[in-house]
Design a protein around this ligand. Structure first.
Ligand code: PLP
Length: 382
């Protein structure tokens, strides 16, 4: 029988059901999901509000190319607009985060007619060739070189080097407001401000990659709103589809006609079922005040993560419900022990345990994380 190609570590657990912040395996065991498929299930698994919208859409129409109007897309645009600061009047529809990043870079290349992309140490922007070119981690890139050659990496959070790394050749500066895969590293406000100023001065576009930080997780709808620094373009994905695959680029209204018909496209982009899910997710975000719930649950979880009482733990990093516990040792050894205690988590970088739970995580869930984390660190025998 055909098998699935093996490029993920296998945990030996078979998940058969999900509801809100929990998933269940085929033996009926429940787990608190702080992995959420890298943040995708931020609004919960099978959130009833999203389920209802998807069910209804499945009965109506699924596949409608962007040449045609369709109600699910109209509902999405209307709901999503309410989540955007005034200056952002246009959205490009794609299917994944990496595709959104590549689309943002294409927009910047076309507008500026330049070709150098500036990115930063410990960045993660995706796995397809263009996004991979601006992803820092050697282990992800090495085997696939040569990649897009015109890339300069600056040092993340080093303000004094910003002037040097952004040049007259730069089409865009791409940065995560909080680095996710790279270690849950928040940018400093001064760094993002320096990038904003320097990009404007040199005529480059500033692109924030909000695929992981966006859609309420950090305590604001968009992480850049916490910083008070606005990009020219930003990307979103992961949580935005309420569980279904999506990626978008959000831009100033006048960038909406940058591509000639035929110059850009994607078969599945704007799929009606995905649009119905993303519309419901966007409505829910406002209706349930998701960002402020993420903010307050995030405060509780950060406190719980800091109370491990082990010398293996260094510090808690992140914002809202995008949190990392930095360790003195490699983090991946703790994923399965946490699972055995009913908590699914992720790593970030080498030494960070990462927690991306759904926004409805309750006090008893936070308590479970506290005891599971302190347990596994103690049992590590250091
Ligand atoms: C996950 C991620 C991506 C890639 O998204 P995919 O949907 O996996 O292609 C890009 N940028 C950031 C910041 C991410 O966290």
């Amino acid at each position: 029988m055909t098998r699935i190609a093996r490029y993920y570590r296998e945990y030996g657990v078979r998940l058969v059901r999900g509801y809100m912040q929990y998933v269940w395996d085929d033996g009926g065991r429940r787990y608190l999901d702080c992995n959420t498929n890298h943040g995708v299930a931020f609004l919960g698994h099978s959130n009833p509000y999203i389920v209802e919208a998807v069910k209804k859409q499945v009965e109506e129409v699924w596949a409608v190319p962007l040449n045609f109007a369709t109600p699910a897309r109209e509902r999405f645009v209307e709901a999503f607009s309410r989540l955007l600061p005034a200056k952002f009047g246009v959205v490009f529809l794609q299917n994944t985060g990496t595709e959104a990043v590549e689309t943002a870079v294409k927009i910047a290349k076309k507008i500026t007619r330049r070709h150098t992309i500036v990115a930063f140490t410990n960045s993660f922007h995706g796995r397809t060739m263009g996004s991979l070119s601006i992803t820092w981690n050697e282990a992800y890139r090495k085997a696939f070189e040569p990649l897009y050659p015109h890339v300069r990496f600056g040092k993340f959070n080093v303000v004094s080097e910003v002037e040097k790394v952004v040049g007259e050749d730069t089409c865009c500066v791409v940065v995560e407001p909080i680095q996710g895969e790279g270690g849950v590293n928040p940018a400093t406000p001064d760094f993002l401000k320096a990038l904003r100023d320097e990009a404007s001065r040199k005529g480059a576009l500033l692109i924030f990659d909000e695929v992981q930080t966006g859609f309420g997780r950090t305590g604001a709808v968009w992480a850049f709103q916490k910083y008070g620094v606005e990009p020219d373009l930003f990307t979103a994905g992961k949580a935005l589809g309420g569980g279904l695959p999506i990626g978008v680029v959000v831009a100033r209204e006048d960038y909406g006609d940058v591509f000639e018909p035929g110059e850009h496209g994607s078969t599945f982009a704007g799929n009606a079922v995905v649009m119905a899910a993303a519309a419901a997710a966007s409505e829910l975000l406002l209706r349930d005040d998701v960002p402020s719930k993420a903010e307050s649950a995030g405060r509780d979880l950060a406190k719980a993560l800091s109370e491990h009482g082990s010398r293996l733990g260094l510090r808690v990093k992140g914002m809202g419900l995008m949190l990392g516990l930095e360790l003195r040792v490699k983090a991946d050894q703790f994923i399965q022990p946490l699972m055995a205690r009913g908590v699914l988590a992720l790593t970030a970088g080498m030494n960070v345990l990462r927690f991306l739970p759904p926004y409805m995580i309750a006090k008893e869930d936070v308590e479970l994380v506290r005891s599971a984390v302190s347990d596994v660190l103690k049992n590590a025998g250091h």
